[in-house]
Design a protein around this ligand. Sequence first.
Ligand SMILES: [Cu+2]
Length: 328
Amino acid sequence: MKNPVFGALCASALALAAAPALAHATLEQSEAPAGAAYRAVIRIGHGCDGQATNTLRVQLPEGFYNAKPMPKAGWTLETVKGPYAQPFDNHGTPMTEGTREVIWSGGDLQDDWYDEFVIRGTIGADVTPGTVLYFSTVQECAESKEKWIDVTGNKETPNPAPGVTVVAGKAEHGHGHGHGAAAPAGKAAPVTLGDLTLGGAFTRATPPGAPVAGGFLTIANAGADDRLVSASVDFAGRAEIHEMAMEGDVMKMRQLPDGLPIPAGATVELKPGGYHLMFMDLKQPLVEGETVSVTLQFEKAGEVEVPMAIGPMNAGRHGGKDGGHGGH
Ligand SMILES: [Cu+2]
């Protein structure tokens, strides 16, 4: 290896390794959060078999809303509008259609030049994390085309469409449960166990020396009858399953020795003033903003560990009709 340009080759090989698909049309940012603005920067690294690119057509993916292309000097810009498969909630105003295709034409991007084409839009809050949004792109040259339109995700394909992988938004959106599944701030993202979906799990911060804390979550059962039989945690001596019930005209809580039935098709809420988990003999105060985990045992579905966000001391209280845990 006495080749004097070896060092230079090596450096460029490293640069290529950092951007392995440089020869393809690619997106500058390969990941983007759901529910946030995304600036799709499509990078064009060569023409069609040596010919200059004169036109670039980009089809916008479903889930990329309110798109606006950036004009480019020397290129004519056109957009094609069309309906969205799912309307987009634009700050409370539903948008049922928008730009679906962008065409830059009349340009002259030489084969050995590089350029970037930019489209700004918003990735829908309901787009499931892990989804790849593909921006199918066609380069048109004088006599041929380069079609970056393969949306299979196959890494070996010679003509992959530029894609961006959607990641969970900052507000901890749910995993593919569509509208309304986003966990509110201070509650954990849903966990699934077989047919059960365990969502919105939270507990509350406790003052120093407090002996007990409550645990709350929603259990949705898409399958057959099941039962929550026990709970365990490592931050307290034991965990029990409780219900609140009227005794005369006094609201009292009691342990459910047989556990809590989770009927087929039902959604059972454990909430302040109702069913709840009770953590007894706390080993340490629960600190707001931190997360603890609880292991739940179901009769049929088995065992699952659920993260519980620690909310403020009064988290989830509705009108103060909490029943209190002073009796423990
Ligand atoms: Cu209780």
